[in-house]
Design a protein around this ligand. Structure first.
Ligand code: CA
Length: 228
């Protein structure tokens, strides 16, 4: 699952430079050229990171930052703020907007990419790491190999994506709808019951070499992967 990054920047050359370099690193991106569009994009699909220009038409970067931080669904999204000048950067830092990082324009694209990785690694380690371990389960996202207690586990592609999704947030309970959106995508029509079928297969596979059931069913709430 590729990390999803929203770029909110009205200077098209800057937006294009960001998009090109992020996609080269295998991140999925969506771009907005004004603040309203950015908020709509974020509402449509909660991103893993937002790169936000401070001076945006319609709704400013700072206002977007405040709105995202004030809603529980978006409060934890990492935000990297782009600003035009150093003095501006100092000023907005002082405003405590809740951004996770600030980059001054003009920036070096290599430095920006390094900071994107650093922010993601700090906030969502599972997104940038090739090897994820949750309890006795290891997931290699480069080779798509999964082991439990060192024993290889055979998984179908959907079960792999489900496990990978759970592993990004161990312990968190996901509803069927959230799993459908996160694993199948919100534009695909799949019945909620399908989730149960794949959870069943994933469970069976993970328990095939011994060990207890690592996926918890939370009555009327959904499923979660035990964190240890
Ligand atoms: Ca701007």
């Amino acid at each position: 699952m590729r990390p999803f990054i929203v770029i909110a920047e009205d200077e098209t050359s800057v937006a294009e430079l960001l998009r090109y370099n992020l996609e080269a690193l295998d991140y999925k991106t969506a771009s907005a050229t004004d603040g309203e569009e950015a908020l709509l994009l974020i509402e449509e699909r909660v991103p893993d990171l937002v790169i936000l220009d401070w001076m945006l038409p319609k709704v400013s970067g700072i206002e977007i930052c405040r709105r995202l931080r004030s809603r529980p669904q978006t409060a934890n999204i990492p935000i990297m703020m782009l600003t035009a000048k150093t003095e501006e950067a100092d000023r907005i830092r002082g405003l405590e907007t809740g951004a996770d990082d600030y980059i001054t324009k003009p920036f070096s694209i290599h430095e920006l990419m390094a900071r994107v990785k650093a922010v993601l690694r700090r906030i969502r380690p599972a997104l940038v790491e090739k090897l994820i371990t949750v309890g006795d389960i290891s997931i290699n996202r480069g080779t798509y190999q999964v082991t439990r207690n060192g024993e290889p586990i055979e998984l179908g592609p959907t079960e792999f994506r489900l496990l990978d999704y759970f592993a990004q947030h161990p312990g968190r309970v996901f509803s069927r709808e959230q799993l459908l959106d996160g694993v199948w995508g919100s534009d695909v029509f799949v019945e909620a019951r399908t989730v149960d079928v794949h959870i069943g297969r994933l469970r069976k596979a993970l328990m095939s070499k011994g060990g207890d059931n690592p996926i918890r069913t939370v009555r009327s709430a959904g499923y979660s992967l035990k964190s240890g």
